[in-house]
Design a protein around this ligand. Sequence first.
Ligand code: R5P
Length: 315
Amino acid sequence: MDKMVILSGNSNKELSAKISKELKAKPADIMATRFSDGEIRVKIEDNVRGKDVFVIQSNCPPVNENIMELLIIIDALKRASANRITAVIPYFGYARQDRKDQPRVPITAKLVANLLTVAGASRVLTLDLHAGQVQGFFDIPLDHLFAINVFVDYFKKLKLNNLVIVSPDVGGIKMARAYAKKFRAGLAIVDKRRNTPEATEVMHILGEVKGKNVILVDDIIATGSSLVEAAKALKEAGAKNIFAAISHGILSANAVEKLENSDIDYLVITDSIPLGEEKKSKKIKVVSVSKLFAEAIRRIHFEQSISVLFDSIRR
Ligand code: R5P
């Protein structure tokens, strides 16, 4: 372990501290501040020559600041002769911009992948990408973790019967199917249309939900529209209690207020993105993915397979 170095950017220090604790590793000293004009100022305070470095940084809001900070840290590590640099990105932002679905739009997820590679990342470790295909945007190794087992452990304790797993849109079917299999539960799908980036409309519900307990599963909650609209339609269709398990709690705009006034009993998110004080709510529970990341980092460092962490949930 003396060759392993854990470093944290500013985006998610709480998760970084938990991962370091799990690994019984003291995070390396780093200065990551700002010059008076806003430019990012980085200095790695510890020697990293020849080391196996893991930089932990989520691409959560402020997204552009956090991505730029990560790129600059990687550049500093490369120039300090680190042997291998793994970008540990618990939440990979810009992943929803992964294809040209309209004329004259960028594929920003690919741009971010290029930036990380050019900066000097040797590999990437991330969690619940918006679409698995984003892995193909990288020509360096990428390990993709899933939060499903963390959520399953949480919900199994509630001993919910008569359960149905619901995807709030057709794009999430594969994810929902994996959850349904794990819970040995039914599967239903909400046919959602997105009218604007902030507003969605439910067209149909495919599957049986009447009198059932529901867990809505998704990768991201941003404005909360998809989730809240889906819950409303499910309630109207006779669903009993409605819970949600969502990997990345961006909770932008007035998502928390919407959630509090919704038909959802409560939402469970991971700590891939820190939940700011202002977003704390009785309706939001947080489960940690620190153990999952720590074990993946340990296995990558010792060149061991990490597939044992997700073999049964590949989708
Ligand atoms: C969409 O494809 C994603 O899986 C999420 O459903 C979506 O990004 C959530 O966004 P919002 O909370 O703004 O509806």
